[in-house]
Design a protein around this ligand. Sequence first.
Ligand SMILES: [Zn+2]
Length: 147
Amino acid sequence: MRTIKYIAIHCTASHQSQTIESLRQEFIRKGWTNPGYHYVVSPDGKITQLLEEEKVSNGVKGFNSVSINVAYIGGIDINGKPIDNRTEEQKQSLRSLLKLLHNKYPTAVIQGHRDFSPDLNHDGRITSNEYIKACPCFDAKAEYANI
Ligand SMILES: [Zn+2]
């Protein structure tokens, strides 16, 4: 098994109606051999595994070889703007999935995609003006700090 340093949280940056199948098609259209995420959580709370954990998915550029990528379906509003629109079911499933993964990889840091952005002013914090993207549209680091 590869070394897992990060459990990276994403949104699919799509409408909540997006299906697992259309997500798979999107990755194929991009020409990716492996999907963008290992796990995807649907609005009804269903967790789908897209890839075995020992394989590398395409979630965070530069960090994929040491990461497990987890996404919830959603993350944009009707105008395509970033929004945290996780359903209660998604929140619950995300939390239980992250607990399982963290038990398996206790030293892995749980953080959002945006937390991989460069700390431009070197103040030790990644702030909104430094985000390379909004994904996953909530403060995953803070929300899952107690896992
Ligand atoms: Zn992302």
